[in-house]
Design a protein around this ligand. Structure first.
Ligand code: KG4
Ligand code: ZN
Length: 333
């Protein structure tokens, strides 16, 4: 039997909708990024985000239903992001998702945003085998997770300060690269020479799987202040920063793989779009003779395909109340 799941994502500055069919796969997905509206403030303004989600969510839902060529009455369930994220932003997707499910007499499935990210690579590659180590690197989280199966997660390492994406964004802002910082810094890094400066590999000197990225940001700005402060210095610093983040991740992934004995690494979240990080982890996997999987580029950052997909595993435990409940700080694992 096939189940048709509508997914809604609204946890931060992207409004997204998708339709996933448990038999045929992903049928449609659409996304509206608010990035341009937040750019002049140098970061996401929560109130603006909430208001914009309200404007975009229903047109996007209608768009994906049309693209998927299905009527809303054919849906089996609606999965929406319950958290973590910005409270007002989450409430928009949750209110629409829960209400629409009620109106249609179908299931509503609250989804953990990070579980969506974690499962995103499986959307395109059903051959990924459990158990695996997941490296989740987004704007709000950096985690190493031991994954036994769907729903069986144990966090084995995390950032003690800034998340990886946050470190990219803050470093980009300090270098005057604007918002969103991660892709801007990555673009500049391509022109730079990573060997021009030696950046530290934080928290790799002592055992453990936790990360710390805030020192790298400080190192980047101090290096810039002591440099010629020209375009070349900026590009070299961007490249050295990116290389340090990638190398640090590879060291921690190596430890996680050795500690768990697992043969597969899954990397996802916005920062997994970074090509230097991908290349470094691919090289590491080759050396270590393990498999590494990433989501397709567009599903690294926030999207609703991952929410519809993650929700499809929880149709039996769908919401049995009418609460519009969100959890801005929902823990994981
Ligand atoms: O997963 P995501 O879309 O949202 C959260 O759940 O946080 O991740 C967004 C983060 C941002 O910090 C953004 O700068 C970073 O992912 N990011 C990148 C790249 N693309 C997005 N960081 C480095 N390199 C990229 N190419
Ligand atoms: Zn995300």
């Amino acid at each position: 039997m096939s189940n048709l799941v509508l997914g809604i994502e609204s946890s931060c500055d992207e409004t997204a909708a998708a339709v996933y069919d448990t038999r045929r796969g992903l049928l449609a997905h659409a996304l509206y990024s608010q990035a341009a509206q937040h750019a002049r403030f140098g970061g996401v303004v929560p109130e603006l985000a909430s208001r914009d989600h309200i404007r975009k969510v229903l047109p996007l839902v209608e768009q994906v239903l049309e693209q998927a060529k299905i009527d809303k009455e054919e849906l089996t369930a609606i999965a929406y992001t319950k958290g973590p994220g910005l409270i007002g932003a989450l409430l928009v997707g949750a209110a629409v998702g829960r209400s629409l499910a009620y109106a249609l007499g179908i299931k509503a499935v609250p989804v953990h945003h990070m579980e969506g990210h974690l499962l995103a690579p499986l959307l395109d590659d059903s051959a990924i085998e459990f158990p695996f180590v997941a490296l989740l690197v987004s704007g709000g989280h950096t985690m190493l997770v031991s994954v036994q199966d769907i729903g069986k997660y144990q966090v084995i390492g995390e950032s003690v300060d800034d998340a990886a994406g946050e470190a990219f964004d803050k470093t980009a802002r300090l270098l005057g690269l604007g918002y969103p910082g991660g892709p801007a810094l990555a673009k500049l890094a391509v022109k730079g020479d990573a060997r021009a400066y030696q950046f530290p590999r934080p928290m790799t000197g002592k055992p453990g799987l936790d990360f710390s990225f805030s020192g790298l940001k400080t190192h980047a700005i101090n290096t810039f202040k002591q440099s010629d402060k020209n375009a070349k210095a900026k590009a070299d610093i961007a490249a050295a920063f990116e290389t340090a983040v990638a190398a640090t991740m590879a060291i921690k992934c190596k430890r996680a793989i050795e500690q768990t004995g697992f043969k597969t690494l899954v990397v996802s979240g916005g920062v997994s779009a970074n090509l230097t990080i991908r290349r470094t982890l691919l090289e590491f996997a080759e050396q270590k003779k393990i498999k590494v999987h990433f989501p397709r580029q567009e599903f690294c950052t926030d999207n609703a395909a991952m929410i519809a997909f993650a929700g499809s595993f929880y149709l039996d435990v769908a919401q049995d109340d009418l609460d519009i409940s969100v959890d801005a700080r929902w823990g994981f694992g």
